[in-house]
Design a protein around this ligand. Structure first.
Ligand code: SF4
Length: 268
């Protein structure tokens, strides 16, 4: 298998050595490359047309009146954070240590959407910590991005579909996802990112309202609330299936292509 320069750069940044045989030429290059070699920016191709708009109003309409977060569609950041912190709308409130709201720049150009807090997230109150979070940070670094809140160029905001940890890290239940997703959609509306990266099955299924497998949704540009959404695997999945890292790198490159195109259309 012949790896492209961008795939090798991704693997270097993710800190993981080759995991399948490579041709001698590639192996020799990888052995001698500097760790900080720049990642080439993908060249934008044809204009990308998003599909399938989904708005927060549609999600709220689908919720029983009694379970709608009151006024969520017009909340500002402090009100939204407060609403989530005190939310007891589903049973997950009973097993959480704390809610996990989000992290990063609140006007970020990139938004990462994950699934649900795990043990460490529940303890620390921040999404994507632990080994999967470290891998995500290396993936972002490969794109010259960071989750830091103070970046002058408004880089990344990270949030999960669920704000409370499911007990024993079980899979989220559909009613829990449905109940919690208005908060995520309001976060998206406030951030107004150029591009969203949906990581993992539950993030993808929640945002795109589909039961299709990630493998069938990758490589396309979807849309939620007018924002392009790119689908990829969750970093925790990659820890178990490192052979799929190159696929994720391709997804990141597509997201970067969309981001660049949207940047050409706006000042953000
Ligand atoms: S998971 Fe979401 S809807 Fe359920 S209690 Fe937590 S914040 Fe509320």
């Amino acid at each position: 298998m012949r790896w492209s320069e961008r795939q090798r750069a991704m693997l270097r940044e993710m800190g993981i050595p080759p995991f399948w045989p490579v041709e001698p030429e590639t192996a020799a290059v990888m052995a001698t490359e500097a760790v900080a070699a720049p990642v080439p920016a993908p060249v934008p191709s044809e204009p990308i047309k998003p599909k399938q708009p989904i708005a927060v109003a549609q999600v709220l309409d689908a919720l029983p009146q009694a379970r709608r977060p009151d006024g969520v569609e017009s909340m500002d950041w402090p009100a939204l954070r407060e609403a989530v912190a005190h939310c007891r709308a589903c049973d997950l409130c009973g097993s959480r240590t704390q809610t996990v709201f989000g992290v990063g720049h609140i006007e970020a150009q990139w938004m990462i959407v994950g699934e649900a807090p795990g043990e460490q997230e529940d303890k620390q109150g921040e999404p994507f910590v632990g080994r999967a979070g470290q891998l995500l940070d290396r993936m972002l670094a490969a794109l010259d991005l960071t989750r830091a809140e103070s970046t002058a160029d408004k880089q990344v905001y990270i949030a999960n579909v669920l704000k409370c940890r499911p007990p024993a890290n079980r899979n989220p239940l559909p009613p829990e996802v449905a109940q919690c997703e208005p908060y995520l959609l309001r976060q998206m509306a406030l951030v107004q990112p150029r591009v969203v990266l949906a990581m993992g099955r539950f993030a993808v299924q929640s945002l795109l309202k589909t039961s299709e497998a990630i493998g069938r949704l990758r490589g396309k540009v979807h849309e939620v609330q007018g924002v392009p959404v790119i689908v990829t695997y969750h970093p925790a999945y990659l820890l178990r299936n490192p052979a799929d890292k190159a696929l994720v790198w391709d997804d990141l490159c597509l997201a970067r292509e969309v981001w660049a195109q949207r940047g050409a259309q706006s000042s953000r």
